[in-house]
Design a protein around this ligand. Structure first.
Ligand code: DAT
Ligand code: MG
Length: 140
């Protein structure tokens, strides 16, 4: 069986633009179950661990600054191949290139936003999902 769990984040732009409900509705409509959900403000230490693969890249510091600029909603979703499936729902990283029908393609860019302001994060592999769920929901 391929029932998996993935970590989804509604990023600060999604929270600020009142898109939490629309994003969750797409996840639920696809058939995935919400198994944990919490709104919080991420601190620098958590974000450094979450984005460890990007340390040293030119967009790293703007990314973590943005991600700590306001509340995010951390979600664990469960379902058949949900890791790949949520990435498909989210669309390409750059909202301008994300296909219509995806979260980023439909909702991702209402004016001159930066690439990091792309509404959502989704784990990219089973290993990433396990690591990220542990980071955001340790002890839960
Ligand atoms: P994704 O979020 O689609 O998994 P990623 O893991 O490669 O993308 O990058 C993490 C975040 O960093 C991404 O959501 C937005 C930002 N980012 C990625 N590439 C970027 C770039 N070339 N310029 C600016 N921000 C970028
Ligand atoms: Mg990624």
């Amino acid at each position: 069986t391929a029932v998996e769990r993935t970590l989804i984040l509604v990023k600060p732009d999604g929270v600020a633009r009142n898109l939490i409900g629309q994003i969750l509705a797409r996840v639920e409509a696809k058939g995935y179950r919400i198994v944990a959900l919490e709104q919080r403000i991420a601190d620098a230490d958590l974000l450094a661990q979450h984005y460890a693969e990007h340390v040293g890249k030119p967009f790293y510091q703007p990314l973590v600054d943005f991600m700590s600029s306001g509340p995010v909603v951390a979600i664990v979703a469960e379902g058949h191949r949900v890791i790949e499936g949520f990435r498909a729902l989210a669309g390409a990283t750059d909202p301008t290139r994300a296909q219509p029908g995806t979260i980023r393609g439909d909702l991702g860019r209402d004016w001159g936003l930066k690439v990091q302001q792309n509404l959502v994060h989704g784990s990219d592999s089973p290993e990433s999902a396990e690591r990220e769920i542990g980071l955001w929901f340790s002890g839960r």
